[in-house]
Ligand binder design. Structure first.
Ligand code: NAD
Length: 262
């Protein structure tokens, strides 16, 4: 339907939609409106029918289940995708997971090696694992985008293990950008301001973070998935060819503010 736009002719794989409130849905919509051809992956087979309904609204019938905690699922994802697309122009990694008990309790008292490893595997390692598996299918000037949060840099109450996993993810972005740069493939992260989603609501008191972020934001408002989506579209387009290895804040400026007394 959208034949024009900054992503005209580009093929992009979108991960991490579980509902229409998912940030990845906002990204997919923005990319579709910019002319991209889209494919989708979702965590489980059970989600496939639901995501197929969303994907058909966005001109795509490609939905492939992939639990990124399973190496074989990642291999299968790209094997199946390669039967439809021989090559493509990038993917959006919009996936994170941590055990709720650590996002609701005392950081030290509720941590375990298992909780630490699971959060890092799913929220950080999976980004490299996907890149490793599809590297050969990526076109010149392809772009990989992941989603992070300011809790990687500063203590945000109850963000806990996700803060560590996001710090790892942001370091990944830099090392992946360096390694893939010689193939003219770019890698960036968007550090999004708080958005109401299943993931954010699994963090205790996140509502307070919303309210505080709104209070200190220079723009006096929270960002929307559409605004994040438009930035992701830009990062996957040739307009951002000079940008790689960056963490780009799309948070209405929250990260620059400490307090707003107006
Ligand atoms: P969401 O719950 O809608 O999306 C998270 C997605 O991760 C879900 O679709 C879920 O199915 C997927 N996922 C979890 N484990 C998986 C696995 N093993 N295999 C495959 N998929 C798996 O929430 P969201 O807020 O849209 O989160 C998307 C990304 O944005 C996450 O990386 C999150 O940390 C990041 N982010 C969110 C906010 C926010 O305020 N919502 C802010 C900054 C960054």
């Amino acid at each position: 339907m959208y034949n024009q736009g900054i992503l005209k002719g580009k093929r992009i794989l979108i991960t991490g939609i579980s509902s229409k409130s998912s940030i990845a849905f906002g990204i997919a919509k923005a990319m579709y409106q910019q002319g991209a051809n889209l494919a989708f992956s979702c965590k489980t087979n059970k989600l496939k029918n639901k995501i197929s309904l969303f994907s058909s609204e966005l001109g795509s019938s490609i939905v492939i289940p992939c639990d990124v905690d399973k190496d074989q699922d990642i291999k299968d994802l790209f094997k199946k995708l390669s039967n439809i697309w021989i090559n493509f122009d990038g993917f959006v990694h919009s996936i994170a997971y941590a055990e709720k008990c650590n996002l609701h309790g005392d950081f030290i008292d509720t941590i375990s090696k298992d909780i630490f490893q699971t959060a890092h595997n799913i929220s950080s390692y999976s980004f490299i694992a996907m890149a490793k598996e599809c590297k050969k299918m990526l076109n010149k000037n392809a772009s990989l985008v992941t989603l992070t949060y300011e809790g990687s840099q500063k203590v945000i109450p109850y963000y806990n293990i996700m803060g560590l996993a996001k710090a790892s993810l942001e370091a990944n972005v830099r090392y992946m950008a360096y390694t893939l740069g010689e193939n003219m493939i770019r890698v960036n992260a968007i550090s999004a301001g708080p958005i109401s989603t299943t993931s954010s609501y699994s963090i205790k008191d996140f509502k307070k973070i919303f309210n505080f972020s709104k209070l200190i934001a220079p723009m006096r408002k929270l960002v929307t998935s559409k605004e994040i989506g438009n930035t992701a579209a830009f990062l996957c387009s040739d307009l951002s060819k000079g940008i790689t290895g960056q963490v780009i804040y799309v948070d209405g400026g929250v990260n620059i503010s400490k307090i707003n007394i107006s």
